[in-house]
Design a protein around this ligand. Structure first.
Ligand code: HEC
Ligand code: HEC
Length: 376
């Protein structure tokens, strides 16, 4: 009798716990419950699936660039835009910044890697310049901090613009139309490398994404995301583990990780961050790119390896690239180790599609930009 009561009591408690649990954590496989959970403030969304060490930031609507629509910066922006589109910044007078960072191609070039001076191809993919005002450090390997100084790399690189930077101010000063533009933007008309850099940087800081479906959704337009994209958002934050690195309003931690795409010891080797720091820990690491407008900035990854987003997800699904040391290299203490933040994901076909739909929902076709008339 006593045993019977005990058993009955235990059962009741168990049932109560199950019911309670069911009520407190809604069944998120149901699109409606998922929408309910995600129409709350992003700070109340379900905990993301990240390692304890990760200081993740909430996703959210994209903040505007503080450099846009500022009256006092208008003449500097105008000058910077002309410089950006002007092929006379290159030695051949044929290659401008916009040859590689083409506004119609997501401010990239729609090719795996860069094509520059004399049709030479570089080994890295051209990053989009959208929202570059908030990116720090610059380049796939983070070798530059200053946007105003960055352009010198492109100008002087023998396979990009191949222009002697020291000769550039004189070359531009000899174009009469530039004198007035420099005089308007600065105190006088003198052309210096520093001034060219400040103008180019200011123009680039006005290059921003347009509002995406995701932005509209987090700002309260509840139907702005399809069921599939919403499922993708949830997966991105949980099962697919993307938030370990792609978090915050621009979907990047701005840190460096090794995804196994370094080709260590092979012809296409690129050791990324290691080439900047010399720290063996940095072998094969690259900066996490922003995923804003990612659907318009392919091909993807630092070497342009992938040209469809489903393929990118399939690579993550396998825990990304995990190259094995070649014979003779097994004992190499510096053999780059793929980030332990990446794990096999076991995604279904529908889940992969949902993640791709989500990546489209954070992408909006970049604004059309009219090429400026160049000073003569
Ligand atoms: C020949 C193609 C080419 C030209 C021309 C070119 N770039 Fe780039 N740009 C690249 C590539 C490739 C990278 C990435 C290189 C790397 O990470 O090592 C890059 C990187 C950048 C970055 C850093 C982006 C980021 O996400 O960190 C900025 C900013 C930039 N370029 C601005 C310019 C400006 C301004 C000009 C003109 C003065 C210019 N580029 C000309 C190919 C080009
Ligand atoms: C360990 C950190 C990390 C995780 C986790 C991670 N990424 Fe990445 N992601 C990166 C880095 C770093 C790169 C650039 C690597 C390179 O080019 O070598 C990248 C590149 C990408 C690119 C290419 C973007 C471009 O502009 O070339 C896409 C798309 C992408 N990630 C999506 C995702 C998705 C979706 C997930 C979740 C399934 C995810 N990432 C998980 C760090 C991460």
């Amino acid at each position: 009798m006593r045993d019977g009561l005990l058993l009955g009591g235990t059962l009741l408690v168990l049932i109560a716990v199950v019911i309670w649990d069911f009520r407190s954590s809604p069944d998120l496989s149901d699109p409606e419950s998922l929408r309910k959970v995600y129409t709350s403030d992003p700070s109340d969304w379900p905990e993301p699936t990240v390692e304890d060490s990760i200081q993740w930031k909430a996703l959210g609507a994209l903040p505007d660039s503080p450099y846009r629509n500022v009256d006092s910066l208008e003449s500097l922006t105008t000058l910077g835009k002309k410089l950006f589109f002007d092929p006379r910044l290159s030695s051949s007078n044929q290659i401008s910044c916009s040859s590689c960072h083409d506004p119609a191609r997501g401010w990239s070039n729609a090719r795996p890697t860069a094509v520059g001076h004399d049709h030479q191809t570089g080994k890295r993919n051209v990053p989009s310049l959208l929202n570059i005002w908030a990116m720090d450090p610059l380049f796939w390997d983070g070798r530059e901090d200053s946007l105003a100084a960055q352009y010198i790399h492109a100008v002087s690189d023998s396979i990009e613009m191949n222009q002697d930077p020291d000769a550039l101010p004189g070359k531009l000063a000899a174009i009469p139309g530039y004198n007035a533009l420099f005089a308007r933007a600065f105190a006088d008309s003198s052309v210096t490398l520093g001034r060219i850099g400040r103008a180019l940087a200011q123009f680039q800081r006005t290059i921003v994404s347009r509002e995406s479906d995701f932005d509209r959704f987090v700002q309260g337009e509840e139907q702005a995301l399809s069921d599939e994209a919403l499922r993708g958002l949830h997966l991105f934050r949980t099962k697919a583990r993307c938030m370990n690195c792609h978090h915050g309003r621009r979907f990047t931690d701005q840190k460096f990780h090794n995804l196994g795409l370094h080709y260590y010891g092979r012809k296409r080797e690129d050791l990324g961050r290691y080439n900047v720091t010399g720290d063996p820990d940095d072998m094969g690491k690259f900066r996490t790119p922003s995923l804003r407008d990612v659907a318009y900035t392919g091909p993807w990854f630092h070497n342009g390896l992938v040209n469809d987003l489903e393929h990118a997800i399939n690579m993550y699904e396998h825990g990304m690239a995990r190259p094995e040391p070649r014979p003779g290299m097994e004992d190499d203490p510096h053999y780059p180790v793929t980030s332990p933040l990446l794990k096999e994901l076991d995604l279904t076909r529908a889940e992969t599609d949902a993640l791709v739909a989500f990546l489209h929902s954070i992408s909006e076709r970049p604004r059309r930009v009219r090429r400026p008339e160049l000073p003569q």
